[in-house]
Design a protein around this ligand. Structure first.
Ligand code: HEC
Ligand code: HEC
Ligand code: HEC
Ligand code: HEC
Length: 222
């Protein structure tokens, strides 16, 4: 083996230093490159339309007598004795088909309670001795702001479910020490005169955040 020339030795040290310096620069610039490009490159997501605000409104669709009192709204519909005589309860009139005739002063009332309008008779619920109150079948008088008591006198199992929180929308606190529990009145959802709840437009289904695969329902089913 030939003895290494010291000047050649120096030269190769020099070259090595250049290489190391160069590599350091390369790795350093890679570090910067990765640091600023760390996000994975994904195809641009299609814009997802936000759900129509009307589906997010949680306020009940009906106001009860109690709500009207609280909101200080017009209560003239409940001022029965502004028109009726205390001594003479209004007589219910029927047409030739035994269907109740709704007088024009009560034209806002649509009566349709039960299949075959089984529970359309006003005094099944209103108290003819005192129109400002309601009455249940055993004769007990119920105030206008205690509608569940009236409904429950005929719909016992539903009242039981409602009291347990299984029927009607319960909100507020489970832990009563933290706050009150809120129960909506039957009349917040059911019109007492026509309690069947009208069909509503269904809210749209969820949006997938990725392309729908064959396992997921197709767009036409959403
Ligand atoms: C704006 C006036 C007015 C008010 C307020 C009013 N009524 Fe009447 N109501 C009438 C008239 C008029 C008739 C038809 C004539 C009659 O039977 O006296 C009638 C009829 C009735 C009848 C018989 C219904 C039928 O179809 O034959 C009942 C029951 C009745 N009213 C209950 C009430 C009750 C309960 C209230 C209060 C929650 C009330 N009304 C408030 C004017 C009114
Ligand atoms: C005097 C008894 C009685 C009272 C009080 C009463 N209901 Fe009814 N309800 C009935 C009868 C009877 C039916 C018909 C059941 C059937 O056709 O199978 C009915 C049916 C219904 C239905 C089913 C929908 C329909 O129209 O068939 C709902 C909802 C309802 N009632 C809610 C209420 C609410 C809310 C109240 C209180 C504001 C109430 N009911 C008070 C007797 C009553
Ligand atoms: C199933 C029970 C029930 C029957 C049957 C019933 N009502 Fe009512 N009615 C109520 C309740 C409960 C309220 C209070 C409504 C509320 O708080 O939303 C009310 C409210 C009213 C009001 C005041 C508010 C308004 O809508 O004008 C009038 C007037 C009235 N009823 C008249 C009548 C007449 C007339 C009949 C018969 C044709 C009748 N009701 C049959 C339960 C009944
Ligand atoms: C948050 C709204 C809400 C409240 C509060 C509520 N209900 Fe209902 N109720 C419904 C809905 C929704 C249905 C199913 C309606 C339909 O299929 O037409 C229903 C169905 C019913 C039925 C039909 C029979 C059945 O069980 O399927 C009766 C009777 C009834 N409710 C009575 C009551 C009574 C009585 C109260 C109060 C103690 C009450 N509801 C409170 C929303 C409510």
């Amino acid at each position: 083996m030939a003895k290494l020339d010291p000047s050649a030795q120096k030269k190769s040290d020099h070259t090595a230093n250049y290489w190391l310096g160069g590599l350091t620069a390369v790795f350093f610039s890679l570090t910067i490159f990765f640091a600023f490009n760390s996000k994975p490159h994904v195809a641009a997501q299609p814009e997802i339309p936000l759900v129509d605000k009307k589906f997010l409104d949680t306020s009940p669709w009906r106001q009860t007598y109690a709500d009207l009192v609280k909101a200080k709204e017009d209560l003239s519909d409940y001022d029965c004795y502004a028109c009726h005589d205390k001594a003479k309860p209004p007589r219910i009139r029927y047409d030739t088909n035994q269907k109740i005739i709704i007088p024009k002063e009560h034209a806002n009332i649509e009566m349709s309670h039960g299949t075959h309008e089984r529970n359309n008779i006003c005094y099944n619920c209103h108290n003819e001795q005192n129109l400002n109150t309601l009455q249940v079948r055993d004769g007990n008088v119920v105030k206008f702001d205690n509608i569940p008591q009236l409904c429950g006198s005929c719909h016992g199992p539903t009242l039981r479910d409602w009291e347990a929180g299984a029927h009607g929308r319960t909100s507020g606190y489970w832990d009563r020490q933290l706050g009150d529990i809120n129960r909506l009145s039957c009349a917040n959802c059911h019109n007492p005169h026509a309690p069947d709840i009208p069909t509503r437009e269904a809210a749209p289904g969820p949006h997938y955040l990725h392309e729908a695969s064959s396992h997921e329902p197709s767009k036409s089913h959403r």
